[in-house]
Design a protein around this ligand. Sequence first.
Ligand SMILES: O=C(O)CCC(=O)C(=O)O
Length: 287
Amino acid sequence: MLTFAVMKNELSLVDADTIKEYHENGVCVVRNLISPEWIARMGEATDRILANPSPGSMEYTADGKTGRYYGDFFIWRRDSDFNEFMRSDPLVRLAAEFMQSEEIRFFYDQLLVKEPQTAEETPLHQDLPYWPLRGEQIISIWAGFDPVTEEAGAVQYIKGSHRWGKFYAPATFGNASNFADIYAKAGLEEMPDPDQLIREGEMLHWDLAPGDVVVHHPLTLHYAKGNLTATGRRRGLALRYIGEDVTWDDRPGTFVNNPNLAKTLPEINLTDGESIHGELFPVVWQR
Ligand SMILES: O=C(O)CCC(=O)C(=O)O
């Protein structure tokens, strides 16, 4: 905690109470972090990606249904606005304030767009079971480029679930995503009834104005409803940052084994237990 206080004085984007809340609840909101200029620029950049999906992207809404739930990964590698955004000062400094690390690397960005009248929910899941990583210094920063409400599909988190000591088998996002077979290889504990966990858990979510972000721990259980609004878009970007305690986990059944995604990525030459390095996961902040 002392280190966090020192970091706060140096960087001061977030107060000690918010960082404490993050550690206790596994999630917290940070208001007014991103400038209106960045929001406008990223809204346009997102629309460019939506108009020109990459081979690694996912359409989670089936043909013929209303709305669109679109997912895409590692967008920073092909779009200069996404590249600059993930390296931009408030984001990398925020990541540094939450993680007790001398150095911050970018793991990847994930675009999660739900257009109006999209019924598809984001299934309840923890992030770390999808990822080939071990370590403590891992956070996600979820930024929206539109106002976000529960009706528009605000992400909802089960308070304190990062401390349950659970590592549940990944859930598949959408039936057409090709991930189910891969996750079956993970051999992890099946999640008990997700609806019951949601009903019985203390759910946290926030209405967000563009510029606000939500920071969550990689083991916090979270899900989102569809976007049931008539006209309000929900363009969201999850940015994943890692610190120097993170190492590669070569276990089978993580998202890098997905052939769709793999064909958009260079060969990953990290071996089990190795510290994360290389151009795919660039250093974005150093003390
Ligand atoms: O945006 C969503 O619906 C889900 C977000 C999510 O799963 C994440 O940020 O890890």
